[in-house]
Design a protein around this ligand. Structure first.
Ligand code: 13P
Length: 259
């Protein structure tokens, strides 16, 4: 079985000005465990990316964006393109986050175009799937998330499994303080991996990292990281605070190192 590098990704959402982001990043570097076996990235809002990139350029911490348009350029007021993110050194881009789907009406079709653009520009997507509470209560969560995966990814010529990251983020767990049961996250992640395996083969699927997201905090992360199928976390609130973010990295490193 492939050894997948654990990933702790901070999604800062619409928090932190460039100055705040620069300060946070400077302190993060001071406290960051040097020989951590965990990959760590932060995804600031667009205007803060240059400040973060400047600080992290020589470090092992990466950075990404929270969204992008699929076209390289054009008359799309308010949008940001894949080459623009490349020019800022972004390695990752979060795509299909439920907040984009819910508040900005992003459709499966648009998300698929963004996934294609990420593929052609060499940006690593952190592609999000997740069901709402009514769907989970109806017993349809796995079907629903599999459909989101199919819509975004099926038949895309993905050749590098390491460049594909998926995040299972149940909507009812985001920002609510309520996490999924680790067993439910594992069941979901396993079926997503099986689906990828049916397209690209087991060896490929075995190398794709699939994260959990939704109210992950230092006191809840261990129960997810102890699961072999969970390759890391996508964290909102707890990534905004330096101490809790460092704790998340350290707890992940400790558990995954001995796994
Ligand atoms: P919280 O960690 O604040 O619940 O946010 C999760 C999330 O949406 C990360 O993308």
């Amino acid at each position: 079985m492939a050894k997948r590098i654990p990933l702790v990704a901070g999604n800062w959402k619409m928090y932190k000005t460039p100055a705040e982001a620069g300060n946070f990043t400077r302190k993060l570097l001071e406290k960051f465990p040097e020989n951590s076996s965990v990959e760590v990235i932060v995804c600031p809002p667009f205007p803060a990316i240059p400040a973060v990139a400047l600080k992290l350029a020589e470090s092992r911490i990466g950075w990404g964006a929270q969204n992008m348009h699929w076209e390289a350029e054009g008359a799309y007021t308010g949008e940001v393109s894949p080459p623009m993110l490349q020019a800022l050194g972004c390695r990752y881009v979060i795509l299909g986050h439920s907040e984009r789907r819910i508040h900005f009406n992003e459709t499966d079709e648009q998300i698929r175009k963004k996934m294609k653009a990420a593929l052609s520009y060499g940006l690593r997507p952190i592609f999000c799937v997740g069901e709402d509470l009514a769907t989970r209560d109806a017993g349809d969560a796995e079907f629903f998330c599999r459909h989101q995966l199919d819509a975004a990814l099926m038949d895309l010529p993905w050749s590098n499994p390491e460049a594909l990251v998926i995040a299972y983020e149940p909507i009812w767990a985001i920002g609510t303080g309520r996490t999924a049961e680790p067993a439910d996250a594992v069941a979901m992640i396993s079926q997503l991996r099986d689906r990828i395996s049916s397209w690209h083969g087991a060896e490929f699927a075995d190398r794709v990292r699939i994260l959990y997201g939704g109210s992950v905090k230092p006191d809840s992360i261990a129960s997810f990281m102890e699961e072999e199928q969970v390759d890391g976390v996508l964290v909102g609130g707890a990534s905004l605070n330096l101490d809790s973010f460092i704790d998340l990295v350290q707890i992940t490193a400790k558990i995954k190192a001995t796994a």
